[in-house]
Design a protein around this ligand. Structure first.
Ligand SMILES: Cc1cc2nc3c(=O)[nH]c(=O)nc-3n(C[C@H](O)[C@H](O)[C@H](O)COP(=O)(O)O)c2cc1C
Ligand SMILES: Nc1ncnc2c1ncn2[C@@H]1O[C@H](COP(=O)(O)OP(=O)(O)OP(=O)(O)O)[C@@H](O)[C@H]1O
Ligand SMILES: [Mg+2]
Length: 505
């Protein structure tokens, strides 16, 4: 069987391991379900092309490695489903049907949406398990395992994901080593293919200045940028499902005056014992205000997985959560494990992150369990910046800052803001401005007029604080419009004798 032979004869140990694991998953599925009970979801994309050949090899191995025609090209008995839409690329359509003809796939073409299509199909056929080319890193992979029951609300079947743990590089190593055909769009710079409306060639592969010439997909050096040619969706909790251009800048003006919230979590027994004073939290609050974000909460938790998990769980409804402390190889460094627990995923070795660690601390990071290079699986994105020796880690809407002091924080923050210019990481809003006035009026004298002021200026945050119990009182006005602050300050002054308030810097 040509695929099995090509892999066994190649010198790529990693690819051999991935192949063995994937064909093992396929053989397990074929042992659990009869051939009529399984189906293959094929759409002509690179991942499903890899899966097609793995299924051919897995079926061959399942049959004892010697089925009659020795892996005959057309010996493929697994029913195949293709959801065809008018918005598919013509190249994808023709590749899908050409491949079906070459390998004898029995294709059921479905022209409705996934869910209702599967409902109808499962009523008609005894299908119990469906093979998918989903990979960790795909937005739909979050929380999935190699065998994952379909989600609640979907018809009942087992999703079987044999290449869940394959990287972008693994996919191309397999297709090139096996010398199999793949859709021609991948040779024109497309690296992940959705519909004609949301997919363009990956600009990281463009040749020179020309905007219409691209290198082939297998030359993309950084697999994490596989989806750079796909239009992004803003998170539905914030803005609905409106697509924006892939640099995300289109969204900036739109959200100038919207409200975005952040929560900050400091992890460290040292803060709670009072041994060390947290300086990063207040600093981060100021930075977030400077880009117009509102900070909802700044909390401190112990170096304990459950404490971190509980806090992240509670705070993850903020638009963004920033967490620092508890990051590294020590027994107390549990922050990433806590985040993984909060999102219900595992910690798994991350090849790319390991590479960075190796550069700065040599091979020590790659002990038996690769502990330092383990990141929450399927929800993690590494944020690179030339000025950072190790990328920042983002797990869904939780950003892990590795800074241990204010200087390091400044550097990480500047990088984050710069990165925002090339992706829609942190939407930059109209910054908060503030005005503070000081008075010797007593709390009792000022209480009622201040309450009235709050009603007059509901768009401003009006707060008061003292630095001594019997000294001056500071009234702090915060908002996004300097003129409104000035009017509020004037209105307050008018309520008292002239000279009752002194402006502070
Ligand atoms: C065979 C098959 C099974 C699927 N099963 C599920 C499922 O159980 N739960 C789910 O949320 N989505 C399921 N999906 C939908 C995918 O997760 C995802 O929404 C789909 O691949 C479309 O991605 P897109 O929205 O980027 O086009 C399934 C899709 C296919 C083709
Ligand atoms: N229209 C479809 N018809 C059938 N299966 C589909 C369809 N869309 C997605 N799938 C299934 O979901 C898997 C993941 O889709 P995804 O788009 O991430 O991968 P791909 O299309 O194979 O490769 P690429 O990432 O390059 O687009 C596919 O491998 C396939 O199993
Ligand atoms: Mg695709």
């Amino acid at each position: 069987m040509e695929i099995d032979r090509a892999i066994r004869e190649c010198s790529d140990r990693r690819l051999q391991t991935k192949y063995n694991n994937a064909t093992y998953v396929i053989q397990r599925a074929l042992a659990l379900y009869s051939i009529e009970e399984v189906a293959f979801s094929f759409n002509g994309g690179k991942d499903s092309t890899v899966l097609l050949h793995l299924l051919r090899a897995g079926y061959f191995l399942h049959k004892g490695g010697q089925n009659s025609a020795n892996g005959d090209l057309k010996d493929f008995p697994i029913g195949t489903i293709y959801f065809e839409t008018p918005s598919a690329f013509p190249e994808i359509n023709s590749f899908t049907y050409d491949t079906a003809a070459t390998y004898g796939l029995q294709i059921d073409t479905i022209r409705t949406d996934f869910k209702s299509g599967l409902e109808a199909l499962l009523k008609e056929k005894p299908i119990r398990a469906i093979f998918l080319g989903v990979r960790i890193g795909d937005p739909t992979a979050v929380g999935q395992e190699q065998f994952s029951p379909s989600s609640p609300g979907w018809p009942a079947f087992m999703r079987v994901n044999p290449i869940l743990d394959w990287s972008y590089r693994d996919v191309w190593a397999f297709l090139l080593t096996c010398k199999v055909n793949y859709c021609s769009l991948y040779d024109q710079g497309y690296t992940s293919i959705g519909s004609i409306y949301d997919t363009v060639p990956n600009s990281l592969l463009s040749i020179g200045d020309s905007s219409d010439k691209f290198k082939p997909a297998y030359l993309l050096a950084d697999g994490r940028l596989e989806r750079a040619g796909r239009a992004k969706r803003l998170s539905s909790s914030n803005y609905g499902q409106r697509p924006v251009d892939s640099n995300g800048l289109g969204s900036l003006d739109l959200h100038k005056n919207s409200m975005l919230t952040a929560s900050i979590i400091a992890v460290g027994d040292e803060f709670l014992f009072g041994t060390v004073e947290d300086q990063l939290g207040p600093n981060l609050c100021r930075k977030l205000h400077s880009i117009g974000w509102s900070v909802m909460q700044l909390s401190v938790v112990h170096n304990n997985i459950d404490s971190v998990a509980e806090e992240v769980e509670q705070k993850k409804s903020s638009d963004m959560v920033f967490i620092y402390g508890g990051f590294g190889p020590l027994h107390s460094d549990v922050t990433l494990a806590g985040i993984a627990k909060a999102f219900g995923v595992r910690l798994a070795p991350d090849e790319e992150f390991e590479e960075y660690l190796r550069h700065i601390i040599g091979n020590q990071c790659t002990g038996d369990r690769n502990e330092m290079a383990q990141l929450p699986e399927g929800i993690t994105e590494l944020l690179h910046h030339d000025k950072l020796s190790v990328p920042l880690i983002k797990c869904q809407n939780v950003i892990v800052l590795t800074a241990t002091n204010v200087l390091e924080l400044e550097k990480e923050w500047d990088c984050l803001v710069e990165l925002t210019k090339s992706n829609d990481l942190l939407t930059l809003l109209e910054p908060y401005v503030s005005k503070q006035v000081m008075t010797n009026l007593s709390d009792v004298e000022i209480a009622q007029p201040l309450s009235k002021l709050c009603l007059e200026f509901p768009d401003l945050h009006i707060g008061c604080y003292r630095t001594t119990r019997y000294g001056s009182l500071v009234v702090s006005l915060k908002g996004k419009d300097q003129e409104r602050l000035e009017s509020a300050a004037k209105s307050l002054e008018k309520k008292f004798q002239p000279g009752a308030f002194k402006e502070m810097n």
